[in-house]
Design a protein around this ligand. Structure first.
Ligand SMILES: Cc1cc2nc3c(=O)[nH]c(=O)nc-3n(C[C@H](O)[C@H](O)[C@H](O)COP(=O)(O)OP(=O)(O)OC[C@H]3O[C@@H](n4cnc5c(N)ncnc54)[C@H](O)[C@@H]3O)c2cc1C
Ligand code: SF4
Length: 513
């Protein structure tokens, strides 16, 4: 990877160091300041919660994180609690500097003000380095795997000798991604420790009281349920969560990263996306800490590599894709999916209408915690939205509002590119569509479900299995020449009841399965 190794985290000139640093709510870590005592501006704007219906847990986390940072900084920070960002700004903004914010909309706002905008921070490589890498691809597909290897080389992560990967392989996917164990939880199967949980304090109490008041008196509405805070919102908490994860749970991350257990929502996942996306942790420090855990014998190589791949591979790749494909990327709808989200889906199954166990469990996880791990997101919720042809703009908006770690930059590529294939394959070579057989293999849901993953026709036909064939049929022209889909189409050609399955699916409608 070309460019200056530390460009993303470079200290600015002394003139910039004197400027008051405006920190957005996702720029709360020390690496967003040029010196520890730099003056700071923090703005808590209510407007965003007035405009869109976010998960209550997410609103809590963002406000709690901002207020904790303001309290930590004390007199060093001017903390404004206002209706809009503009109301929180001083009349003369020329003394402010800001690290490039994480969305197109926020960068437009900064562009309209007299505020100095510095390069973005908080990612493994900066935008110029990604552009350089993309150019060197010479028009070939921007494969995450290639990018990830360059990032590993650039930061010398899990390397030995002259830059060879530790253990001789770059990718240990083959050793990871096992089906779930035959026990209800990883604690029972593997003796896995519980995740680190934060303790709420008086700031959380105040946030909860304010959100109650906003709902009661100010007409602001939230999605989902309130409950104890589950994620780190300060640097100190984030470091504790990281330390606890790498020393007690990372070892089991890789083998079970794709597995789902009904009674074990968190499995061996790190729960670090919230502190990472609040800017409290730098992804390279997280990867380096995981690497150290491997060297100290706390975690195996396959698991550590799998985790490093997520944190500095996928996460950075998604960030750069967001900027690389431009602001219109969010509106791509290659498969012409136009259906509205039904209420039971949009509102997270508040009345428990959903009988399909995998869907009801994923929606319950989001309703209760604003979180589900990668596979319920991709292979249950995303797969369902893809099969049913939900409008990608609406699905992106829903994911963004419903998940505690949802931000525009991370949601757009994950939904438009990865889950819905709405970009026509710019990001992934084939759609992540799958029938009940996949969910049956990777979860323990199907045994307790009213449907049968092997059946595609009849009252107990699995809606994912039947929906998969309907999806393939609907997009036959699109994927006919995609060699990675040829086995699926060959399989479809052998179905003697395809017409009846398609007829059944045409009548599925919007009711909860
Ligand atoms: C449809 C869909 C929507 C998603 N939305 C978000 C989102 O809004 N915010 C978000 O941070 N992640 C998102 N992800 C990626 C991933 O599912 C979450 O980062 C992860 O589940 C968070 O839990 P964790 O911190 O325990 O992650 P772990 O499973 O422990 O993984 C470690 C870290 O890797 C990073 N990571 C892994 N995959 C991705 C990815 N595809 N994109 C970005 N970061 C990744 C995250 O920072 C995560 O914390 C989405 C994935 C899909 C398929
Ligand atoms: S049978 Fe189908 S609907 Fe039921 S849990 Fe399995 S995949 Fe989901």
């Amino acid at each position: 990877m070309g460019g200056d190794k530390n460009a993303g985290q470079k200290r600015s000139s002394s003139k910039q160091a004197e400027a008051r640093r405006w920190l957005f709510a996702d720029q709360l870590g020390p690496h967003y300041l040029d010196s520890p005592d730099q003056p700071v501006l923090l703005i808590e704007s209510q407007q965003v919660f007035r405009r869109r219906r976010f998960h209550r847990r997410k609103a809590h986390l963002v406000l709690s994180a901002l207020r904790h940072r303001a309290a930590e900084l004390g007199d060093q920070a001017t903390f404004q609690q206002t209706r809009t960002y503009r109301e929180g700004l001083p009349p003369d903004t020329s003394g402010l500097s800001v690290c490039a914010p994480t969305t197109y909309a926020a960068r437009r706002l900064i562009g309209s003000l007299d505020v100095e905008m510095l390069p973005s921070r908080g990612y493994a490589v900066d935008e110029a380095q990604f552009a350089d890498w993309a150019e060197r691809r010479g028009g070939r597909k921007l494969l995450m795997e290639d990018f990830y290897r360059d990032v590993r080389k650039h930061h010398r992560l899990l390397l030995e000798g002259d830059g060879e990967p530790v253990g001789g392989r770059w990718n240990y996917d083959q050793d990871n991604r096992e089906p779930p164990p035959k026990a209800p939880t990883l604690a029972q199967a593997r003796g896995l420790d519980a995740p680190w949980w934060p303790e709420e304090d008086e700031i959380d109490e105040q946030v909860r009281a304010d959100l109650d008041r906003w709902e009661r008196d100010e007409g602001i509405q939230f999605l989902g349920e309130d409950g104890p805070r589950r994620f780190a919102v300060t640097r100190d908490e984030a470091l504790k969560a990281l330390e606890s994860f790498v020393t007690t749970r990372l070892h089991d991350f890789g083998p079970y990263e794709d597995a789902i257990l009904t009674d074990d929502r968190w499995m061996a996942h790190s729960l670090l996306s919230v502190p990472l996306n609040l800017g409290l942790l730098h992804p390279v420090e997280v990867a380096q800490r995981a690497e150290r855990a491997y060297h100290e014998g706390d975690a195996g190589l396959a698991s550590t590599e799998g985790f490093v791949r997520q944190v500095v591979g996928w996460r950075d790749y998604v960030w750069h894709v967001y900027w690389h494909f431009g602001d219109d990327y969010r509106r791509r709808n290659h498969l012409k999916a136009r259906r509205k989200l039904p209420k039971w889906f949009a509102e997270l199954d508040p009345d428990g209408e959903v009988g399909a166990k995998c869907l009801s469990s994923a929606l319950a996880s989001v309703r209760e915690d604003g979180w589900a791990h990668h596979i319920p997101r991709l292979m249950v919720l995303g797969n369902w939205a893809l099969q049913q042809g939900y409008d990608p703009v609406a699905v992106t908006d829903w994911f963004h509002r419903a998940f505690v770690d949802g931000y525009d930059w991370v949601m757009v590529p994950n939904v438009v590119g990865m889950a819905l294939h709405a970009d026509g394959g710019a990001m992934m070579t084939k759609p992540y569509a799958a029938g009940g057989a996949y969910i049956n293999r990777m979860s323990d849901h199907c045994g307790g479900c009213r449907y049968n993953p092997k059946k595609r026709l009849g009252p107990d036909a699995c809606p994912f299995t039947a929906g998969y064939w309907a999806f393939l049929d609907r997009n036959r022209e699109e994927f006919a020449n995609n060699h990675r889909m040829s086995r699926s189409y060959a399989g479809m050609g052998r179905l003697n009841d395809l017409e009846a399955v398609l007829e059944q699916e045409r009548h599925r409608g919007a009711s909860a399965p």
